[in-house]
Write a protein that binds this ligand. Structure first.
Ligand SMILES: Cc1cc2nc3c(=O)[nH]c(=O)nc-3n(C[C@H](O)[C@H](O)[C@H](O)COP(=O)(O)O)c2cc1C
Length: 297
């Protein structure tokens, strides 16, 4: 089940998705998180962020809308308080980095460069912060500029996380590769909204929020498939993955690894069960290495 992405070895292709797994601590109460291939941290910003006011999570048919707004303790606090514990978890650690401006990203990457974090996942796709975030992930030209600048100072393997709200997801992936990304991860949440018909107001203070969970899976899978056909760097697929069967579909669409997000909220064992399910499937089908099924579509 091993996969290698940009020279980093994962014991299996299952990674906990950013913002749905904290820093791994709470899930450690359920199982050994070292059983997973990796963990992507909650999105980190140079300064601590309290996140958005009002409702932050709203359930929808087969999914959730969230408007957390990148609540996090800030990079310094992450490095001093959280990272030492994470480094003991015996799994690949990705620092997910968010930012409002290019300068924010550069400062954050510079700080992470000096740590033992394995990889950086640059989030140019957060729909819930006012400036930056997803603003960098809509137009390929803007993303190219940001990724090029980050690449020039980044000393870790650089994964760029794309928004499904990009104008053209394939062009976006190609431009990020040209700008020096070592890997692409997709998708972040889809921009959506909900209205409270009692108060006659939007559920979220920001009006819109990000949709995730099983509802987005077929679209996310299609995007991963299309991107995998056009880039030569490894792709990490996600969006609505809830069972090992979903994960296998993403691998068949071309993904090297997959991330599990919202499913962790429905079942804290989801990611672990996906690891076990893929293993059993491989045994049953006589698959010795995931490369035998990767991108077979
Ligand atoms: C509550 C919540 C918080 C999230 N926070 C982040 C974040 O900080 N950084 C990021 O890159 N993605 C964040 N995401 C997006 C997920 O990592 C993932 O890309 C998305 O939810 C799609 O996968 P899923 O359908 O398996 O949840 C968040 C998602 C949710 C539901």
């Amino acid at each position: 089940m091993k996969v290698n992405i940009c020279g980093i070895e994962f014991k299996n292709p299952v990674i906990a998705a950013s913002g749905t797994y904290g820093f791994g601590k709470e899930y450690s109460e359920f199982y050994d998180v070292g059983e997973l291939g990796g963990i992507s941290t909650k999105g980190l910003t140079i300064n601590k962020k309290e996140g958005n006011e009002g409702i932050r999570i709203h359930e929808t048919s087969s999914g959730i809308l969230n408007s957390v707004g990148l609540q996090n303790p800030g990079i310094e606090s992450f490095i001093n308080e959280e990272l030492p514990e994470m480094m003991k978890m015996n799994t690949v650690i990705m620092a997910n980095i968010g930012g409002g401006t290019l300068e924010d990203y550069l400062q954050a990457v510079d700080k992470i460069n000096k740590t033992d974090v394995d990889m950086i996942e640059l989030n140019i796709s957060c729909p819930n912060v006012k400036d930056g975030g997803m603003a960098f992930g809509i137009k390929s030209k803007v993303a190219y500029e940001v990724v090029s600048k980050v690449r020039s100072i980044c000393k870790k393997p650089l994964i760029v996380k794309l928004s499904p709200n990009a104008e053209d997801i394939v062009d976006m992936a190609v431009k990020c590769q040209e700008a020096g990304a070592d890997s692409i991860s997709l998708v972040n949440t889809f921009k959506g909204m909900a209205i409270d018909i009692k108060t006659k107001k939007p559920v979220f203070n920001n009006v819109t929020a990000g949709l995730s969970g099983p509802a987005i899976k077929p679209i996310a899978l299609r995007m991963v498939y299309e991107v995998c056909k056009e880039v030569s760097i490894p792709v990490i697929g996600m969006g609505g993955i809830t069972t090992w069967k979903d994960a296998v579909e993403f691998i068949m669409a071309g993904a090297h690894a997959i991330q599990v997000g919202t499913a962790n909220f429905m079942n804290p064992y989801a990611a672990l069960e996906i690891v076990q399910g893929i293993k059993e499937y491989m045994n049953k089908e006589g698959i010795k290495d995931l490369s035998e099924i990767r991108g077979i579509i």
